[in-house]
Design a protein around this ligand. Structure first.
Ligand SMILES: *[C@@H]1O[C@H](CO)[C@@H](O)[C@H](O)[C@H]1NC(C)=O
Ligand SMILES: *[C@@H]1O[C@H](CO)[C@@H](O)[C@H](O)[C@H]1NC(C)=O
Ligand SMILES: *[C@@H]1O[C@H](CO)[C@@H](O)[C@H](O)[C@H]1NC(C)=O
Length: 458
């Protein structure tokens, strides 16, 4: 019984989807489409960090236009000049990094030890919420570009954005340590208050700094050139403050401990020898999970790369050859985010009520998102391939449900009931179903129209 109802629902969705794809080029739904673009195309980039040495920008998640549509992720773009450092910080959100261009060195505290990893183009790496980390671009001539997902968790403190807690810092950015009164810090660090003041005001060039020779007065230049165990000591010297703070400073101690516990997950810190911090995963080296003459797609979930389990994200990369399209499908398990890496094309999204929500032209750098259960498809323009990368909100295998194609619902549901649902004969339905020889990625159509399916013309 339950199965029947689900089938019927899917039939309705499929029907609606087809109707709206057919109607995609009718102009009357213009207003709704503009609204759809506002909701699903995330073009408003906000500056999070901007310095001489680099920037971090992001598109924000949250509720869309006061609707019930909740986008649970921010998508960030980090750009770092050659020889630069994103100073140590921790976030209140899980971070999944993807190296789009260049090389990076990432350091983070993993089970009380500093793990440093070199990342190259195509690498995926995760940093759990509350884990202190820094990013470096040591390359002399290459800019580093990273695309990241920042999950908004229920514990996130960010109302409108995620929160960075800079461990290092001075007047800009402000170190979290600056919040404590200087007497407390002076006791904790075992240095004079004058020293504390200096310590907390030296750094003023923002969260991303140059580490080249011309800036060698910077305390972070020193940090970068340290051996990993010295870096850890550096981070820990700050972290271990709490043990030395006098009991009188109760309030400060409490918040200091609270911050620092978050920082190191102290509760579950058991000194482990030979621990293995996760290594990165290279998407470029992965064989496509699906491939035909019209393109390929790669998907990465926790079964391939277990660190994704922590953040609960999946990652994917798709390349559609010119004019090809990803067959209309729905994600029954996950919300999907996409970033156009190369080329131009269209993204079509359909509301569950069967009206077209968006039919937007996209270009390099555009970010779109698709809520769970919303039918959609991506189409490469006729003048070149469309390459896009993205995140999903499920680390489990995401079984997209294709609505059209040889592996689709249309094939598995064919029969008298399905024909009746469309009000056509079974023979006609079979003719339509049999016309679909390809699956997942479909060839280009001769006209510019993405789908020439016209049910009424038989
Ligand atoms: C503070 O520094 C002094 C002199 O350098 C040293 O003797 C003392 O043991 C230190 N105290 C702590 C708690 O580290
Ligand atoms: C994507 O496919 C096109 C051919 O359609 C190819 O030229 C291009 O190199 C591919 N991109 C990647 C990253 O493999
Ligand atoms: C379909 O749903 C969308 C989003 O909820 C709404 O804006 C639109 O008016 C609906 N269209 C119809 C025909 O019900």
């Amino acid at each position: 019984m339950g199965d029947r109802r689900i089938l019927l629902l899917l039939v309705l969705v499929l029907f609606s989807a087809l109707v709206s794809f057919v109607g995609a080029y009718e102009e009357e739904e213009n207003d709704q489409r503009t609204q759809g673009e506002k909701w699903f195309l995330l073009r408003q980039l906000h500056n999070v960090v901007k310095t001489d040495a680099g920037s971090m920008r992001m598109v924000k998640g949250g509720y869309r236009g006061g609707s019930h549509l909740h986008s649970p992720m921010h998508i960030g773009f980090i750009s770092m000049e050659p020889n630069s450092l994103f100073i140590p910080q921790y976030l209140d959100s899980d971070l999944v990094l993807f190296v789009h261009h260049g090389e990076a060195r990432v350091g983070h505290i993993y089970r009380d030890e500093l793990a440093e990893r070199s990342l190259k183009q195509g690498d995926v790496y995760t940093i759990p919420a509350g884990s202190a980390f820094y990013l470096e671009n040591r390359n002399e001539n290459q800019r580093l570009r990273i695309i990241c997902s920042i999950g908004i968790t229920s514990e996130s403190m960010g109302w409108h954005a995620f929160q960075s807690f800079f461990i290092g810092g001075g007047t800009h950015p402000t170190s979290i340590l600056a919040g404590f009164d200087h007497t407390t810090l002076s006791t904790a660090l075992n240095v004079s208050t004058a020293e504390v003041r200096t310590f907390l005001t030296r750094q003023s060039s923002g969260p991303i700094v140059h580490i080249s020779d011309s800036h060698h007065t910077n305390i972070w230049t020193e940090f970068v050139s340290q051996e990993p165990h010295q870096k850890l000591a550096h981070l820990k010297r700050i972290v271990n403050l709490e043990e030395e703070v006098s009991p009188k400073e109760e309030e400060s101690t409490w918040s200091l401990r609270k911050f620092l516990c978050t920082l190191l997950h102290r509760k579950d810190v058991v000194k482990r020898v030979n621990h293995e911090a996760p290594s990165s995963y290279n998407l470029n080296n992965r064989n496509p999970d699906f491939k035909n003459s019209y393109g390929w797609s790669k998907t990465l979930d926790e079964s391939d790369y277990s660190p994704l389990q922590q953040s609960g994200n999946g990652v994917y990369l798709v390349n559609l050859s010119q004019g090809s399209m990803m067959a209309p499908h729905v994600n029954p398990r996950a919300i999907e985010y996409g970033v156009v890496l190369k080329g131009t094309g269209r993204i079509q999204i359909v509301y569950p009520n069967g009206t077209l929500a968006m039919n937007a032209r996209v270009r390099e750098g555009d970010v779109f998102w698709v809520p769970r259960y919303f039918p959609f498809c991506q189409i490469a323009s006729s003048n070149g391939p469309l390459e896009f990368f993205g995140f999903t909100t499920s680390a489990r295998r995401n079984h997209p449900q294709f609505l059209v194609g040889r592996n689709s619902l249309m094939q598995s549901l064919r029969g008298p009931e399905f024909a009746a649902a469309f009000g056509i004969s079974e023979k006609r339905l079979n003719r339509i179903a049999n016309a679909q020889r390809e699956q997942v990625i479909l060839p280009s159509s001769s006209s510019d129209s993405p789908m020439r399916m016209n049910i009424g013309s038989y």
